[in-house]
Write a protein that binds this ligand. Structure first.
Ligand SMILES: Nc1ncnc2c1ncn2[C@@H]1O[C@H](COP(=O)(O)OP(=O)(O)O)[C@@H](O)[C@H]1O
Ligand SMILES: [Mg+2]
Length: 330
């Protein structure tokens, strides 16, 4: 791997020796909280200008990953480098290259937008006309110019989220970590934030974007990692993941079933699998199932009473369910 020497200086924002070297790199990262294994040997890399979507349900390990990268948590083992700096050996340089957008708002509600950004800018050691200009640029970027004098507490939820993002960008970080920044927002505000995330990456930052919304990763992420129980289950571009999901069908049977061994009852072929088998629902992952529908239904009838049948091509969402055994919204 090439050596990366990104800086967070203002003269050379986002600079790296080679544009394709990873700006965020995790190698075999393990994180335990006592008996809880939150991350199990997680490796991933994000390049300059790339939006990497970390997609996973609640408790998958998304926030733990982000908190480890920004130094809020210490890894149990493994290594993390940010802009070429090891987060343990060169913590100050590494942290200086990161902007974090936490899931919870971190703003002073009684101050206005401009005062908030000024406060955070000073924390980063910025000031004077440089900081003023940066604040103006950021307020425009997050569409808050003109609303900068109202106390933040009086702004809408969407506006507060956008300001929360601006606060992370004051020092032009090479790495932007965003932890579920759109949770609870209406579609228009979500779309607005997704546009901002794309602008941040287009400006050259490496963006790690955590979410449990499938449509968001489909819309903005260049690469996607599906995470659950602290493990990266699959990783690739949307096309790569889609082709992995493609050519397969999902057969869902609802009713009342006694079967405990659906694989045997349905005589599944190589590459096919039982996604779910409960007393109320059987979900099968099949290859070329159309012609076999009568025999599959006969097998289901032997296992119980079928009240509802549906067959769908596998999508990214069904791939997710197959990999994790869970719905995203759980
Ligand atoms: N400070 C902590 N102490 C103990 N367990 C934790 C702590 N933080 C997270 N966990 C556990 O680690 C796992 C991953 O959590 P988290 O990273 O918050 O998931 P996500 O952000 O994907 O919802 C969960 O099982 C969670 O309960
Ligand atoms: Mg979280």
């Amino acid at each position: 791997m090439g050596k990366v020497s990104a800086t967070c200086s203002f003269e050379q924002p986002f600079s790296t020796d080679t544009p394709l070297s990873p700006v965020i790199e995790l190698v075999s990262v393990v994180k335990r909280f006592g008996a809880v294994q939150a991350l199990e040997s997680l490796s991933l890399a994000v390049k300059k200008g790339e939006i990497y979507g970390l997609l996973g349900p609640n408790g998958a390990g998304k926030s733990t990953t982000i908190n480890l990268i920004c130094g809020l948590l210490k890894p149990t083992s493994g290594s993390i480098t940010v802009a070429g700096f090891d987060i343990l050996k060169n913590a100050i340089r590494a942290k200086g290259s990161i902007g974090v957008v936490p899931q919870e708002l971190a703003l002073y509600t009684e101050l206005n937008s401009r005062q908030n950004l000024k406060f955070f800018g000073r924390l980063y050691g910025l000031g004077g006309s440089f900081l003023e200009a940066r604040i103006n640029d950021l307020l425009a970027m997050v569409h808050l110019d003109g609303r900068d004098t109202a106390p933040v507490g009086t702004l809408s939820g969407g506006m507060q989220r956008r300001l929360n993002i601006a606060a992370a960008l004051l020092h032009r970080p090479a790495v932007v970590l965003m932890d579920e920044p759109t949770v609870g927002l209406d579609p228009q505000n979500r779309a607005n934030i997704l546009d901002i995330v794309e602008a941040i990456a287009a400006d050259g930052a490496a963006v790690l974007y955590s979410t449990h919304y499938m449509d968001e990763v489909e819309q903005i992420c260049h690469r996607i990692g599906i995470i659950d129980h602290g493990k990266l289950l699959v990783e690739g571009s949307l096309d790569e993941l889609r082709s992995q999901a493609g050519g397969k069908e999902i057969l869902t049977l609802r009713g009342t079933f006694q079967t405990t061994s659906a694989a045997e009852a349905f005589e599944l072929r190589q590459g096919e699998s039982v996604v779910k088998c409960s007393a109320e629902e059987i979900v099968l992952n099949l290859i070329g199932a159309e012609g076999r529908l009568p025999s599959l239904l006969a097998a289901a009838a032997r296992a119980g009473e079928v009240r509802e049948v549906s067959m769908n091509r596998q999508t990214l969402e069904s791939l997710f369910i197959q990999l994790t055994g869970r719905e995203l919204r759980e």
